[in-house]
Write a protein that binds this ligand. Structure first.
Ligand code: PDD
Length: 279
């Protein structure tokens, strides 16, 4: 199969799958998700993603229809059905099915899985960014399906010919990308926003910090501002879709590009880790 869709035990070609109109995701976006890359039929950092998925569901009191082990087995059994093993593995759980009412519907959640062909970038080619005010709510640490501000910001970036929009809160604190984490290098130190309720604790971010430790690069988990972003030696974007990329333009101005050696040490460490784990 080229693209696969799964819903509560049924699966088939993604384009042919349908879901019940009363799934609470249709009324309220009432669910959480997680996702990550798969190469050569090996799902990368699966335990970390599944742990975060269960944490997101627990934070919203969504009853999981499967255990962590069952989910991992299901994901692998579906991945093995695919024509090729380089995929983006996406899963979400929604809070059951019922006539529209705001308070919870009883019963376990609905499990959705999609598998789509995908490969990660090698992180060599720089990307371009815009910045935009972060108008999201205050639970950005939970990976919910309420993604309208993200959709609007991503579209704004696309219309500006850019790959990603970087969010900032009033006062200028940079939070994260619309679907990525943002970090800067300055004078040999990596700065990254702390994992409070304003950002998603990215799995690729965690790998980046572990790379810093392994390479002896100092890092600080402290809020930084838009001015610091513009003046950074390098601007690094991480996510599970493209583990590590750097930016050379922000809001139409030149950015980063002043510490290519340090960026290259981190990029090659992370890519090497990915290729080794999925060999
Ligand atoms: N997005 N911040 C936000 C708001 C995100 O949506 C993502 C990932 C990240 C990076 O997290 P991780 O390193 O765990 O992928 C940070 C995924 C890729 C998505 O929505 O498709």
């Amino acid at each position: 199969m080229k693209r696969l869709g799964y819903y509560n035990g049924k699966f088939g070609p993604l384009e042919e799958m349908t879901v019940p109109m009363n799934d609470r995701v249709c009324w309220f976006g009432d669910g959480v998700y997680d996702a990550g890359p798969c190469r050569n039929y090996h799902i990368f950092a699966l335990d970390e993603h599944v742990d975060r998925f269960f944490r997101s569901a627990a934070a919203l009191k969504i009853e999981m229809p499967v255990s962590k082990e069952e989910l991992k087995e299901t994901l692998y059994s579906l991945v093995r059905k695919m024509d090729q093993g380089n995929l983006f593995v996406y899963y979400q759980v929604t809070r059951g099915t019922g006539i529209r009412k705001h308070a919870f519907t009883d019963g376990p959640g609905n499990l959705w899985i999609t598998l789509n062909p995908a490969g990660i970038s090698d992180g060599l080619e720089p990307i371009q960014l815009i910045t935009t005010e972060d108008t999201r709510f205050f639970h950005c640490d939970i990976k919910t399906l309420n993604l309208i501000p993200t959709v609007m910001a991503s579209q704004k970036a696309e219309e500006a010919g850019c790959m990603e929009a970087v969010f900032y809160r009033p006062g200028g604190r940079v939070t994260e990308g619309s679907h990525s984490n943002v970090h800067i290098l300055k004078d040999g130190v990596l700065h990254t926003a702390p994992t409070d309720h304003l950002i998603l604790p990215g799995i690729a971010r965690a790998h980046l910090l572990r790379a810093c430790t392994a390479l002896g690069i100092e890092f600080r988990e402290e809020a930084f501002t838009l001015d610091e972003l513009y003046a950074a030696d390098e601007v690094i974007i991480t996510s599970s879709s493209h583990l590590c990329r750097h930016a050379d333009r922000i809001d139409g101005r030149d950015a980063g590009g002043k510490d290519p050696v340090l960026y290259e040490r981190l990029r090659s460490y992370l890519l090497n880790e990915f290729f080794t784990a999925t060999a």
